[in-house]
Ligand binder design. Structure first.
Ligand code: SF4
Length: 311
């Protein structure tokens, strides 16, 4: 059988990214320029396409410095932002176009409400967030509680934070996850936290569970969670996986690793030019997939390149 190529039908932009890009494009139909605070999507090729339409990516540091007309518009991307960012942008005269994904907005609200409850009636509880330190979404989440939350990137960081006394094991604690994290890793992190909190209280885990001192919130985006199981299947069903995503996409890194765990012949690329002919065998069933920030058109270009190279 000759080499065949299949693009994963579930890969591509998530709803939050589609919505943000759609709003940017429709704004740019009537305006020359739109500033975006940070990359609207972690994908260089898509950023170039939108850049040609007038989308200009700027960082927080240059917000005050960019040469701009009065009433310039600033897009807040799907990841969301801290409340303080909105204040700064408005003080500088920007009109804010808020494209925070509704799922992230709900998560921000839940964190604010949890924090208020954890500090009511003289309690001194703690919000713990499973996420990537410095990631825009996580910065926005931590900003909801003026920075008073502990961010944990993985199990070893949780262990270290416990040793250093940064986790209030006596409780109460509420845990949340960044929307794009791995569901299985989140389960492991929460299990470790439960074990350590129960130990601190001198209780068995069942007894501890009844105290309600640890509340775990299921906040991984359903589009991401369902993609994990489906993508593992897709990676197993193909001889070789070409995973397409921007180098800075944290969701891309997680999903590519997931593919590699079940298919050792997984290659991570960001553009068709990265494809190497010697990766392929003559009868390979090639699977192409990507992150929530990978445009469909880019995966189609990669498919075309693979077919051309192997004709
Ligand atoms: S991954 Fe989910 S929560 Fe995050 S932007 Fe996309 S749709 Fe929204």
């Amino acid at each position: 059988m000759p080499l065949s190529v299949e693009i994963d039908s579930q890969s591509g932009f998530c709803g939050g990214v589609i919505r943000a890009i759609g709003r940017a494009e429709s704004f740019l139909e009537d305006h020359e320029r739109l500033y975006s605070l940070g990359a609207i999507v972690h994908n260089e090729a898509e950023l170039e396409r939108l850049g040609r339409k007038g989308l200009v990516t700027i960082g927080m540091d240059s917000l005050a410095d960019v040469p701009r007309e009065e009433g310039e518009s600033l897009l807040i991307r799907a990841h969301g932002e801290s409340p303080v960012t909105y204040d700064i942008a408005r003080e500088l005269g920007y009109k804010v176009i808020d494209c925070t994904c509704p799922v992230v907005l709900r998560l921000q609200t839940r964190i604010r409400e949890a924090y208020a409850a954890l500090h009511s009636d003289g309690r001194d509880g703690q919000v713990v967030i499973f996420g990537k330190i410095g990631h825009a979404e996580v910065n926005g989440l931590v900003g909801q509680v003026r920075g008073d939350a502990l961010v944990i990137e993985n199990k070893s960081m949780l262990r270290q934070s416990i040793e250093e006394g940064k986790v209030r094991l006596e409780g109460p604690v509420e845990v949340f996850s960044q929307t794009t994290k791995s569901p299985s890793e989140y389960v492991e992190i929460c299990a470790l936290l439960r074990t350590e909190m129960a130990r601190c209280k001198g209780m068995g885990e069942e007894e501890f569970e009844k105290t309600g001192l640890l509340k775990v919130n299921d906040t991984i985006c359903s589009q991401v969670a369902s993609r994990h199981a489906q993508l593992s299947r897709f990676a197993m069903e193909h001889d070789i996986i070409v995973f397409v995503s921007g180098k800075d996409s944290s969701n891309g890194k997680v999903l590519c690793e997931l593919c590699r765990n079940v298919n050792i012949r997984t290659f991570h690329i960001s553009s068709p030019e990265d494809v190497k002919r010697d990766w392929f065998r003559a009868d390979d069933r090639v699977g192409i997939c990507g992150a929530t920030s990978t445009p469909k058109w880019l995966m189609e270009e990669v498919a075309e390149k693979i077919l051309q190279e192997n004709r």
